[in-house]
Write a protein that binds this ligand. Sequence first.
Ligand code: ADP
Ligand code: ZN
Length: 516
Amino acid sequence: MLIESAKKTLKDIFGYSDFRPLQGKVIDAVLQGEDCLVLMPTGGGKSICFQIPALTLDGVAIVVSPLIALMKDQVEALKVNGVEAEFINSTLNEEEQAAIIKKAVKGDIKMLYVSPEKMNSESFYYTLLQLNISLIAIDEAHCISSWGHDFRPDYKRLGYLKKQFKDIPIMALTATADPLTQKDILVQLNITGANVFKDSFSRPNIYLEARPAYKRKEVILDFIQQRGRESGIVYCLSKKNTEDLSRYLKANGISSGFYHAGMNSDVRDRIQNDFINDRIKVVCATIAFGMGIDKSNVRWVIHHNLPKNLEGYYQEIGRSGRDGMAAHALLFYGQQDYSILESFNEESERKVILNARLERMLLFAQSNHCRRRLLLNYFGEWTVDNCGQCDNCRGRQNLINGTVMAQKALSAVARLSGKLPKSILPQVLAGLRSPDVLAGGFHKIKTFGAGKELSLVDWENVINQLIGLGYLKVDYEQGTILALTPLSNKVLFEREEVMLHHLHQKIQREPKIEIK
Ligand code: ADP
Ligand code: ZN
């Protein structure tokens, strides 16, 4: 049995006695030649998912990775363990590349790491034709989707692989992909029939907190000072923010550097290395910083500005606490950031969807509900459990029983499944005969006007909460069409209680300066 031999390899090469549950399933499927999409949080053990099949199957596995800086380290680590691994990317000269290709063609390499640029070159395509390829693994697969926050045009072209190499299993791996991105990965790679393996996205060791953007610099300085030698990343929206904040921290005795795409690569590499090797404690950076940074003891991540969607937020906070020890994610939010980010979307053809995702980000920040619950539901991991240890779980939530409101809203969606945009539902519930309602025929359903006791604004609030908590979902691909979720039925048919924020409370809590 292949899986038995895979287990032996795991033990012999990596020294682990068993697969983690999801790893076992993924490896089984790949060994049977199936395409897979693997969603595992950072630290979940994605590498083993392709390394073990690579060592078990005949031929050479191609591993596509965007992290040129890391390829060398990964390959060297494998070589130390006796694995015949090599990499090809622009850091090697032509002779070096030719030597590796020769070796691969001879069948002397089990794992070949390749940059996406190289993968797309015509000459390399002819190389691929000469190889006995066992599988193609595409790491950081969210880079293929322009919905993702790390879109790379070179990834987009990898769709040819399945067309040209029909019988070779393709494995896409990522640590962040919301449902929209997941689907896009499958479509772009032409593997819509792939098995999708999903691990829980919960990272319970990361404490989640959000605050209004008030005296940010002072709060950040205080936060860092209270944390002694603990290191962390402050994500900022603009290059100028990163520089200003880093200077401010430095002036206050904190060892800090800044990092953004406008700097030359030598300086960026130096900052990155200084951070990884604990020579500086803090990096103030744009989102250009972080992918593939393998630093296990990042103890906190601060978002100085609102991220543009929850997918990016989750990815960035995931850079903390990779060692499994306690970490802290602090998010600042404000209307000003929101407006700036909204203006960035103005020119886009996909403005409606981008804005819907941005709004979801703001609602998350402003919410009084358990943040972990909101995040997991966003990623389609339907749950009604509160984590008990985020800022909102620990603070006073001031909730009301919203079961009846929820039932009304959900039953309207059930009746208008696949047709009802988010913006129209409040009008339907409040019984407003607006042109949109009449045009859609929405006034003919039984629940029309079932919620006359609440205003449009209140209904909008209720619906946003129901979406956040996973009782309703928005199909962002279809604009903002609402649909039921696996959590909906219990509310509709089993009278499960739904607790909502008080509708008239001021959502922005009093700013507080002291932390902990
Ligand atoms: P990811 O790429 O998903 O962030 P890695 O592949 O780097 O995660 O693995 C994270 C850590 O888990 C590594 O230290 C790895 O050695 C360890 N690991 C992976 N699989 C196993 C296993 N089956 N048993 C024990 N440790 C494992
Ligand atoms: Zn919580």
